[in-house]
Structure formats: structure tokens, C-alpha cells
Design a protein around this ligand. Structure first.
Ligand SMILES: Cc1cc2nc3c(=O)[nH]c(=O)nc-3n(C[C@H](O)[C@H](O)[C@H](O)COP(=O)(O)O)c2cc1C
Length: 171
């Protein structure tokens, strides 16, 4: 089986997931593991893991552009997002991610976990709270930021390994 892992990651969270997926296959099986912008469409695979960080509630345009071009293959999606603690939110992201996939593909599921955000995000929340001390939503955002700091954690990566096993079994 030939496997391609194609993703975009700015601060390393989604790359960590991609590297973890890569290690679940032999070197011979991996035909590509890298940035979506550098993927050569002449490379052919049986199984594609397509991953993205979450930008404004969806996968990035570069990843969408790759996903849209793949047809008649086995596809599993993966990603990280800043907001956690809600299965419904992960489900919403999954359906948005999946909406860029051609229907001729066999869909093998989506793994999403929380991913830490840059310190600038926290500082922005703190500044906003100074200006709006009664805004409860800002407090929630700040709390979410602190919860995200440790992710992806060991538990996330163990869940990801199980996801990869399930994908292999369902292909
Ligand atoms: C410009 C920008 C927009 C973001 N938009 C969202 C979003 O809409 N929803 C969300 O849950 N996280 C959002 N995030 C958080 C990132 O998706 C999250 O930190 C992710 O793990 C980063 O992945 P990376 O390290 O692979 O780049 C955003 C981050 C940035 C920098």
C-alpha cells in the first residue's frame, strides 16, 4: 500500500499529527509526507491522509486545493483547532473539511484534536479584557487558550494512533 500524508501546519501542531501518522507505516509505504503547497500530483498513492490547522472554522485554502483534486482514492482527514472541549465543534469542523472532498473517494473518517495557539493570541485576549472587563466570552476564550497550551498531548497522539489503525482496517 502506498500512503501520502499531505498537510499544512504553521506552528507545528498539525505537523506533529502528520509525523505520528507517518510512523505507523513503513518507509516503503510512504510516498509523500509534507507540505500541501509542495505536493506533486504525479505522485500516486492508495491512501491519502489530508491534514490542516483550522483557519476561521475551516481547513486552509492550500489544503482544500489538494483535497479537491484527489478522486477515486481512500481518504482520511486530520487536523488541529484552537477551540476544544466540544465534540459538536469537532463534528462541525469535520463536515466543513469533508465538504471539499470529491464524492468518488472512499471516506475513512476524520481525526481532530486541540492545538496550542501563539502567545500573541493570549495577549490579545488580555488587552481586550482590560477594555471590556464584563465580557464573559473573553474570559471563556482566555480559559480555552490555557486549556489548549498542552495540546496535542500524549492522549491525543494515542487516540490518533487508534484512528490510523481503524483507517487501515477499513480500507
Ligand atoms: C489566523 C488564525 C485563525 C485561526 N482560526 C481558528 C478557528 O477558526 N477555529 C479554531 O478552533 N482555531 C483557530 N485557530 C487556531 C489554530 O487552528 C490552532 O492553534 C492549530 O492547532 C494551529 O495548527 P498548526 O500548529 O499546525 O499551525 C486559528 C489560528 C490562527 C493563527
Amino acid at each position: 500500500m502506498k500512503v501520502a500524508i499531505i498537510y499544512e501546519s504553521i506552528t507545528g501542531n498539525t505537523k506533529l499529527l502528520a509525523d505520528t501518522i507517518e510512523k505507523r507505516f513503513t518507509k516503503d509505504e510512504i510516498v509523500y509526507c509534507g507540505d500541501a503547497r509542495k505536493f506533486d500530483f504525479n505522485i500516486d498513492a492508495d491512501l491519502y491522509f489530508i491534514g490542516s490547522w483550522t483557519n476561521r472554522g475551516d481547513m486552509t485554502l492550500n489544503v482544500k486545493n489538494v483535497l479537491r483534486r484527489i478522486t477515486n482514492k481512500n481518504i482520511a482527514l486530520f487536523g488541529t483547532c484552537g477551540y476544544g472541549g466540544s465534540i459538536d465543534y469537532f463534528k462541525t469542523l469535520e463536515s466543513r473539511f469533508k465538504s471539499s472532498m470529491d464524492e468518488t473517494n472512499k471516506y475513512l473518517g476524520c481525526f481532530i484534536c486541540q492545538g496550542k495557539m501563539p502567545l500573541s493570541v493570549k495577549n490579545r485576549y488580555i488587552d481586550m479584557i482590560k477594555d471590556n472587563p464584563l465580557d464573559k466570552n473573553l474570559e471563556v476564550s482566555l480559559k480555552n487558550y490555557e486549556e489548549a497550551v498542552i495540546h496535542p498531548d500524549m492522549n491525543d497522539l494515542e487516540n490518533l494512533k487508534k484512528f490510523v489503525s481503524d483507517v487501515k482496517n477499513n480500507i
